[in-house]
Structures are given as structure tokens and as C-alpha cells.
Design a protein around this ligand. Structure first.
Ligand code: PLP
Length: 376
């Protein structure tokens, strides 16, 4: 059985439980005098918008996922991707207090803060290979094999931040196979669904491979990037369970964790998402816009590389177009980054990560010239 197999349903919240019971009651004469109700200003339930969560699960698990039909997924609306990761880390700590989390090197810096504050000890696994500026697959597989059975791994589902380096489909399959052999638990952080290939369905491939192989997994989803809803803080945490009964228990425990932290998630972003994804026409429009965004970024990668090559840079800039998603891990040193800022007024993090979303037809020439100057 799974590591959360012994999780029992949490007790109902004495205040918010009243509204939950009211909403679930089909009687036409029902009256709620527990709390104030107002359909665009009211509290969402602790687990968030049911409709938003349902649409969000379809994006990750697939439109016709049997897991959704069988109600095997414990899912709650989260405070965007960060909140989903944090809620999971707290759940992990509560029900597997002696566990650790394996995090790739490098990763989004906030992952370290999140699991640190949840008091889950961190281990690392190899990911990026500085010389090839690609994936260090052999070391990654060794680390999966050498981790104690039943370890927790944090995986970026697509468009790895900060490197822009993702495993190939074949490599995901090998990882999934090895995870199975070791009984590891995969937690997918999917902050950029749609940004890698332009197609959210294709970008969920890593997750689908693990699902096909029968893994029970966790997923953090975010609409910050792919719907531009950064400040709305809308996302989802889900955990695939063995059956509906377990999913109900896990969801109630996730809600119980949320109650003393923020009580319930914000409403407006959830309404935007459920309105868009719940309407086939609007959803198609959104899918088209995601593709436009991703294609623009891919176009800027080509332009940046071509500009550098035209300037006669003797270095290889192939990785700019090999990497995917929002970021380019340029390979520039912290000193070269400092020069970009002090001499050329170009701002980026000292690990050399370029956000391709900030590169435009208007500034790509200037950027390429500056990169060429500092990397000579
Ligand atoms: N995970 C990764 C890898 C990210 O890069 C980000 C944002 O930069 C997030 C999660 C979470 O972002 P948000 O909390 O805005 O959804």
C-alpha cells in the first residue's frame, strides 16, 4: 500500500463544514443561516472551486482520464504553483515525518525554501551537465538507483526552470521504469504547461508516461504563466490515490492543512479559469494563445543564436535553441553577468539564466552584441 494508505478522513470544520453540508443537500426548501452567501464575493470551500479543479485535472491527467472518472484524485485549489508545492510538502511532513525530498541540481530556488520551511530534509540528484549544457542522464539515473527505496523525488514536468533542459520521452520512460523498481514517489511541479512545445497536451507527456506505468503521483499546477494569472494565485495540488475512499480521506487532510494557513483560496482567478476552460470556444482560443506565446519564445531563441553566430562568436550557442520553455541557461559566468549589467544595463540572475519572455525583435540584436562582448 502507499505511504499515505493509513490516512483517515479529517473531521469536518465546524464553521465551513456547515456550508459544505448545505451545498451538498439537494432539498428545494434548504436554508443556510450558517454564514453569509454571495455568489461573487463569498468564500470558496477550503478545497477551492470544484469546477476549476475539475478542468485543471483534465489538463494534467487527460480529458478522458479514468482516474478522474473513478474519482481517484485528491485535489484542491492552491495558491498557485508555490502554494501547491508547499501544501504537498506539509502533507508529506505530516504523514511521512521521517521522509526526505530529492531535488534536482539546479532547480527553481524557491523549492529549497519550500521544503526547508516544511521541515522536510533535502537531498539532491544530478540533472544538468555544465559542459554539454544538457541533461546529465547517466548520473541522474544513478542517483535514482542509489536513493533508498520509497524516496520522494521532485520532478519538473516540462520546461525545467532554470535550465530549459528536459528529458526526452524515452528518458522519461526509463526514469519511470526505475522509479517503479525502487518504489519511489514522483511529485511533478508543472508550472509551465504549454510553454515547452506550445501544446499543453504534449507538455504533459512526462506525467502521462508515469500514469501509464501505474504510478501514484502528486502534481502541482499553476496558471501564472500559461494564463498570465500571476497575481491571481490560482493553481492546483493533486494526489492520485488507489481508490475513491483514499482520495476522499487525502483531500480532507489537505483541506485541514489549508484551514489554519489561509482558510480558503481566492475566488476571482478560479472563476476566470473555470469560465475559460469550461467553454469549448474560449478554451480553444486560450490554446491558440498559448501556442502563440510559445512560438514567439522559440522564434526569439533562433534569433538570439543567429545574431551571436553572425557576430562571429567562436563559442557554441546551440544550447539556446536546444533548450525549451521560458528560460535559457546561457552558460555565462557570474562575472560575465555582472558585466552585462554594469556595462550594458542588461539585468538577469547571476546563474546566467535568461528569461526568453523578455527578449523581443527590438532588443535581441543589442542583447546578442552584449553577450558576445562579455564572452570574448
Ligand atoms: N515551480 C517552478 C519551477 C516555477 O518556476 C514557478 C514560478 O516561477 C513556480 C513553481 C510557481 O509559480 P507560481 O507560484 O507563481 O505559480
Amino acid at each position: 500500500s502507499t505511504w499515505w494508505g493509513n490516512v483517515e478522513p479529517a473531521a469536518k470544520d465546524p464553521i465551513l463544514g456547515v456550508t459544505e453540508a448545505f451545498l451538498a443537500d439537494p432539498s428545494p426548501s434548504k436554508v443556510n443561516v450558517g454564514v453569509n452567501m454571495n455568489h461573487i464575493r463569498e468564500y470558496l470551500p477550503m478545497g477551492g472551486s470544484v469546477k476549476m479543479v475539475e478542468e485543471t485535472l483534465k489538463l494534467a491527467y487527460g480529458e478522458n482520464s479514468e482516474f478522474i472518472k473513478d474519482k481517484r484524485i485528491a485535489a484542491v485549489q492552491s495558491l498557485s504553483g508555490t502554494g501547491a508545492c508547499r501544501l504537498f510538502a506539509d502533507f508529506q511532513k505530516r504523514f511521512r515525518p521521517d521522509s526526505q525530498i530529492y531535488i534536482p541540481v539546479p532547480t527553481w530556488a524557491n523549492h529549497h525554501n519550500i521544503w526547508r520551511d516544511a521541515q522536510v530534509p533535502q537531498r539532491t540528484f544530478h540533472y544538468y551537465h555544465p559542459e554539454t549544457r544538457g541533461l546529465d542522464f547517466a548520473s541522474l539515473m544513478d542517483d535514482i538507483k542509489n536513493a533508498p527505496n520509497g524516496s520522494f523525488f521532485l520532478l519538473h514536468a516540462c520546461a525545467h526552470n532554470p535550465t530549459g533542459v528536459d528529458p526526452t520521452e524515452e528518458q522519461w520512460r526509463e526514469m519511470s521504469y526505475q522509479f517503479k523498481a525502487k518504489g519511489h514517489f514522483a511529485f511533478f511541479d508543472m508550472a509551465y504547461q504549454g510553454f515547452a512545445s506550445g501544446d499543453p497536451e504534449r507538455d504533459a507527456k512526462s506525467i502521462r508516461i508515469f500514469l501509464e506505468d501505474g504510478h501514484l503521483i502528486g502534481i502541482a499546477q499553476s496558471y501564472a504563466k500559461n494564463m498570465g494569472l500571476y497575481g491571481q494565485r490560482v493553481g492546483c495540488l493533486s494526489v492520485l490515490c488507489e481508490d475513491e475512499k483514499q482520495a476522499v480521506a487525502v483531500k480532507s487532510q489537505l483541506q485541514q492543512l489549508a484551514r489554519p494557513m489561509y482558510s480558503n483560496p481566492p475566488l476571482h482567478g478560479a472563476l476566470l479559469v473555470s469560465t475559460i476552460l469550461g467553454d469549448p470556444e474560449l478554451k480553444n482560443l486560450w490554446l491558440k494563445e498559448v501556442k502563440v506565446m510559445a512560438d514567439r519564445i522559440i522564434g526569439m531563441r533562433t534569433a538570439l543564436r543567429e545574431n551571436l553566430e553572425k557576430l562571429g562568436s567562436p563559442l557554441s550557442w546551440e544550447h539556446i535553441t536546444n533548450q525549451i520553455g521560458m528560460f535559457c541557461y546561457s552558460g555565462l559566468t557570474p562575472e560575465q553577468v555582472d558585466r552585462l549589467t554594469s556595462e550594458f544595463h542588461i539585468y538577469l540572475t547571476r546563474n546566467g539564466r535568461i528569461s526568453m519572455a523578455g527578449v523581443t525583435t527590438g532588443n535581441v540584436g543589442y542583447l546578442a552584441n552584449a553577450i558576445n562582448e562579455v564572452s570574448k
